[in-house]
Design a protein around this ligand. Sequence first.
Ligand SMILES: Cc1ncc(COP(=O)(O)O)c(C=O)c1O
Length: 396
Amino acid sequence: MGRSMMLNRLSPQAPDALLALIRLHAADPREHKIDLGVGVYRTEEGATPVFAAIKTAEQQLIDTQDSKSYLGPEGDTGFVNVLMPYIFGADPTMGGRIAGMQTPGGTGAVRLALALAQKAGMKRVHLGVPSWPNHAQIIADLGLELVTFDHANPDGSANLDAVLAAISGAGAQGAVLLHACCHNPTGIDYTPDQWDAIADAFAASGTFPIIDSAYQGLGRGLAEDAAGMRAVLAKVPEAFIAYSCDKNFGQYRDRVGAFYILGNGQDELDTAFSNANALARACWSMPPDHGGAAVRIILSDPGMAKTWLAELDDMRARMRAVRDALAAAGRAGRIDLTPLAAQNGLFAVLPVTKDEVATLREDHAIYMAASGRINIAGLTMANLPRFIAALTAVAG
Ligand SMILES: Cc1ncc(COP(=O)(O)O)c(C=O)c1O
C-alpha cells in the first residue's frame, strides 16, 4: 500500500479545553473537589437529572409512537409550533410573520442562521466578546468575517455603547449576533432599557439581527428572558432566531433546537425556508426526532407543561440563591462578587489569572476554565464557603 496522501496533510487541532478539564476532575481523588467547568445545570446534590416532565413524555412517546419513518428537513413541526408562544408571546407568529423549523440543538440553529444569512449576502458577523466559543468557530467554518466588540464593562454591566456602535455601523452586508439572555460566558444581560435602545438602533440602521436564545427561563423567568428579544422583533422587518431546548428541558445530548425566521409575510418566509431546508438537507438532512417529540408532548398537555415549568422554576431559584450568596460574601480577595447578583444564568466570569486558576485546581481541587468562567450551578450551599475561602486565599 502506498503512503497516505491525504491524512498527512492534516495538522492536529487543540482539544476542547473543557473536555480536558472534565478528565482532570474525574481523575482527582480529593473528595471535596468542586467542578465549575462543564456547562450543564446541577442540583444541590451535584446531579444533572432528566426532568420528570421529560421522563413522562418519553414514556408516552414509547407507548404511542407507531413509526420512525422519515420526516422532512424541517423536523417535527408540531414541536416547532407549540414552542412559539413561550418564545414569542401572545401573538406567537406576529401576525403570520414568524415561522420555524427544527434543528439539531441550538448549535444547529446557529449554524443554519449564519449559513442562510450568508446565502442572502451577509459577509460579516458582529459579535460581542467574550462569547460562546462555538460562535466564532461556526463563523470561521463558514468563511464569514468576524468583527468583535466588547460585550461587558469592567464593572460587570453590559457595554451598551459598543453594541449600539456595532449595530449602527454593520451596513447591508453585516449582521449583529446577540444572546437573548443568560449571556455565555459572562452572565451579563442587557437591561430592558438597553434592549429598547438596541431595538431602536436595529430599526434605525436596518442592520440584520441574529438572536441566539439558548437559556430561556434560566435567568429571570420565561417571559422576562424573552422580553429583550421581543422588543427587537417588534421593531424590525426581518430577523433570525436560534433556539435551544437543551438547557431549559435538560435535553443536552438529545440535541433539541429550532430556527425561526421573522420575515415580511408568507411568500418571503416560504422562499427563506426553501433555502433553509436545502442547507439543512446538505448538512444533517433532518434533525433527530426524540427530544423534540418529548417537548411537543409536554407543551401539548397543560398538566405536563405545569410540571416542566415548576422544574424550570426550581433550577432558576437555585441559581439565583447561589448568586445571592456569592454577592452577599462581598469580596473574595481583590474580586468583587457583588455584581453576580444582577447577572443571569449558568455562567459568570471571575477576573482571575491563568495561574490563579491553576492554583485553585492544584491546591484547592476547584476546577474552572482558564478564562475564569465558572458554572454557577456547580456551587451549592454546602461547598460555597469553601469556594469563597479558596478564592480569597488565591486572589488575595
Ligand atoms: C450561547 C449558546 N448558544 C447556543 C448553544 C448551543 O446549545 P445546544 O447544546 O442546544 O447546541 C449554547 C450551548 O452551550 C450556548 O451557550
